[in-house]
Design a protein around this ligand. Structure first.
Ligand code: SAM
Length: 226
């Protein structure tokens, strides 16, 4: 893990919250499924990323790209499922994947409470998801890609390339701490790692606030290469 001296105190605090224990002198770090389960069980997800309803990005996406008949959407790192539920309500056939069983349990309970029974929930790692090739018309990612170590972003691109139909859109939102290799913000530069598999149609940086301080964030609309 890199902690350059020019990080703000708030960024350092965030790295402490999200990073490995100080005792672990690792240069690269990644949450395991167990770590994710822990975050969902101890309630950290509520202060760090979970919304009570769908995210602004999901609402705009579903409004601008309404599903054609039978259109399939992959929600990547679905967490407690608020966005998956929104897409299903808007008519998408939703497959929602998350690496953590605890997140999926919350998501399924939320879907049941919302009366949405059509979502396919899958516990799995987006970098190596064994699903039929070329099945999805659209993919949505709020906050999963930025959780992967930067050197794994190509595995993410490769996996999604095989899951999506040619020219299918991929919408990503991410935020992070500048200079962090394990919680890297979406920037034009980091996103460029996906270029062998996706063209970047739109990318803009946004100011993203959280309880722990200001993070650098970005929205990207990518398109799977034909
Ligand atoms: C920051 S949370 C965002 C959750 C949800 N999208 C939301 O907006 O509330 C990131 C989610 O990605 C999941 N995740 C992390 N790595 C993953 C991976 N390799 N494959 C699938 N899901 C993953 C985590 O378990 C977590 O639920």
């Amino acid at each position: 893990m890199r902690t350059p001296s020019n990080l703000t105190a708030r960024s350092r605090r965030l790295i402490e919250l999200l990073g490995p224990p100080r005792s672990q002198k690792k240069t690269a770090f990644e949450f395991s499924p167990r770590d994710w389960n822990e975050l969902y069980k101890n309630g950290r997800h509520k202060t760090m990323w979970e919304l009570e309803g769908p995210s602004a990005g999901a609402v705009v996406l579903a409004a601008l790209l309404p599903p054609g008949p039978g259109a399939r959407l992959l929600d990547i790192g679905c967490g407690a499922g608020a966005d998956s539920i929104h897409f299903a309500r808007r008519g998408y056939a939703v497959t929602a994947v998350d690496i953590g069983a605890a997140a999926l349990q919350r998501a399924q309970a939320n879907a049941e409470a919302a009366g949405v029974a059509t979502i396919q929930w899958i516990e799995g790692d987006i970098r190596r998801l064994e699903l039929a090739r070329g099945d999805f018309d659209l993919a949505h990612d709020r906050g999963c890609l930025h959780c992967l170590p930067l050197n794994d972003w190509p595995a993410y691109g490769n996996s999604l390339y095989s899951l999506l139909k040619p020219k299918a859109p991929l919408f990503v939102f991410g935020c992070g701490v500048a200079e962090s290799a394990f919680f890297a913000p979406l920037t034009g530069q980091t996103l460029a790692q996906l270029k062998p598999w996706f063209s970047i149609e739109v990318f803009d940086e946004v100011q993203h606030c959280s309880a722990t301080g200001h993070l650098r964030g970005g929205f990207g609309l990518l398109r799977r290469r034909a």
